[in-house]
Design a protein around this ligand. Structure first.
Ligand code: GAL
Length: 458
């Protein structure tokens, strides 16, 4: 096990754990909740691993007191979760569902009673189905629908929630849900994708403005998926291909918020977005976030490929490269998060970065009621070391949230990849804290940092 030291500890660093509503709550039709695109998609045949769905998931809707008590027992001071839009507004707009609002009231109060700081994501991929039926993210009206939802939730909870995130990984929900069709709502093609991207980018900024107007002392953030993108060779074609992928994965949503527009220079096919732009949209896309949440799990090695439309690039798979992987098939490469932090800092001079997700799926076995998940612990340890090294070198990194509290519904991959610090037996819903969870608790309690984050050149 990596040795950690209490020297150089930073007591203001925000340690936390992240979850999302659809992956954990279950109770998909209870107490007046409306359906979301994920309820519909995961209950369609052939869309997820073994046709699994989040209908029950971790039953967090009923068992949240137990899960909050686990967070308290582990002394994790910050808890990031999302609000299910269709639980508070079953049709997406219109009449609110009091029982849904009451649930989040209890959840937020439950955090505060246990001295846990709530960090709320407004949109973690579960669009109300009723809004999808009106075009969802491809319809520009979503900006006003989203504003209505944000006004309701922020207005209701702002007295107790200081930290807000507008969107979770817009690149993933637009790419997987509207271009590739492998996530809800299962749409494909450049047209759907371009419209969804532009409207999500508008909502990202507009959501930020609504929060700030309603709650002037709030910390307003949003989150981005990101990865170190490297070219498979120094050839011009491969380097260019890697630049296009980098534009898509790392630049597409942050650059418009900073007033730089979409990264069309790096990836000319993105000029299709302009079709959806109206005069003044460049201004509407801007918002000065108080913090940027980065979520990084792996790196991508890219080569040119003539057969991939628009992007003309392909991943050289970790299997082909014969590197270690997690159960998701993602390469384990801790330096990725270090370089991502350095690159975002160098490119954008952000004032405050928080790693809002990082973690790993490995197969776990329960032996005598215990789970010794050394591989997950190693993964977390090496990635936290990499983060703290970047911080030591001057990156304004102020927090780290592990993904995730309990094993949960991993979208199209179902329940097979387990990312939790806490194991769940999905037959009985019994929870067992894994070794990695106890290790993470110890790291936080003692403000420990890895030794090699010290004495590095700035
Ligand atoms: C992120 C996503 C999470 C979780 C995680 C692990 O992209 O925000 O919901 O699924 O990946 O795959």
């Amino acid at each position: 096990m990596t040795e950690f030291t209490a020297e150089d500890s930073d007591p203001s660093f925000e340690w936390g754990v992240s979850t999302a509503a659809y992956q954990t709550e279950g109770a998909f039709q209870e107490d007046g909740k409306g359906l979301s695109i994920w309820d519909e998609f995961a209950n369609r045949s052939g869309k997820t691993y073994n046709n699994q769905n989040g209908n029950q998931a971790c039953d967090f809707y009923h068992r949240y007191p137990e899960d909050l008590s686990i967070i308290q027992q582990l002394d994790i001071p910050n808890f990031r979760f999302s609000i299910a839009w269709s639980r508070v507004l079953p049709q997406g707009i219109g009449t609110p569902n009091q029982a849904g609002i009451d649930f989040y009231d209890r959840l937020i109060d439950g955090c505060l009673e246990r001295d846990i700081e709530p960090w709320v994501t407004l949109y973690h991929w579960d669009l109300p189905l009723a809004l999808h039926q009106r075009g969802g993210w491809t319809n520009r009206d979503i900006v006003s629908w989203f504003v209505e939802y944000v006004e309701l939730t922020v207005g209701r909870f702002k007295d107790r929630v200081a930290n807000w995130m507008v969107l979770n990984e817009p690149m993933v929900f637009t790419g997987a849900g509207y271009f590739l069709g492998i996530h809800a709502p299962g749409k494909r093609g450049m047209k759907n994708f371009s419209a969804a991207v532009h409207h999500a980018a508008l909502c990202q900024a507009e959501g930020g403005r609504v929060i700030r107007d309603l709650h002037s002392t709030a910390q307003v953030g949003t989150t981005f998926s990101c990865a170190l993108v490297e070219s498979a060779s120094p050839s011009r074609q491969d380097v260019r291909a890697a630049q296009r992928v980098d534009a898509l994965l790392n630049r597409l949503f942050i650059e418009p918020s900073l007033g730089r527009g979409y990264p069309i220079d790096q990836f000319p096919a993105l000029s299709r977005l302009q079709k959806y732009m109206k005069p003044n949209d460049e201004d509407l896309l801007k918002f000065d976030f108080d913090f940027i949440g980065l979520q990084c799990y792996t790196r991508e090695v890219i080569r040119y490929s003539w057969s991939m439309p628009y992007i003309f690039a392909r991943q050289v798979s970790p299997q082909k490269r014969e590197v270690p992987t997690t159960l998701m098939g993602w390469e384990v490469y801790a330096d990725s998060i270090y370089h991502v932090l350095r690159n975002f800092h160098r490119r954008y001079h952000l004032k405050n970065i928080i790693i809002t997700e990082n973690g790993a799926a490995f197969s776990d076995s329960v032996r005598e009621g215990k789970i010794d998940d050394y591989d997950r612990q190693q993964y977390l340890s090496s990635h936290i070391q990499a983060c703290l090294r970047a911080k030591q070198e001057g990156v304004p990194l102020h927090g780290y949230f592990a993904w995730t509290l309990t094993d949960n519904f991993e979208w199209a991959e179902g329940y097979r990849p387990t990312f939790g610090l806490v194991h769940i037996n999905f037959q009985t819903q019994k929870r067992i804290i894994k070794q990695s969870g106890r290790w993470y608790a110890k790291l936080i309690q003692h403000h420990l940092v890895p030794p090699n984050s010290r004495n590095m050149d700035i």
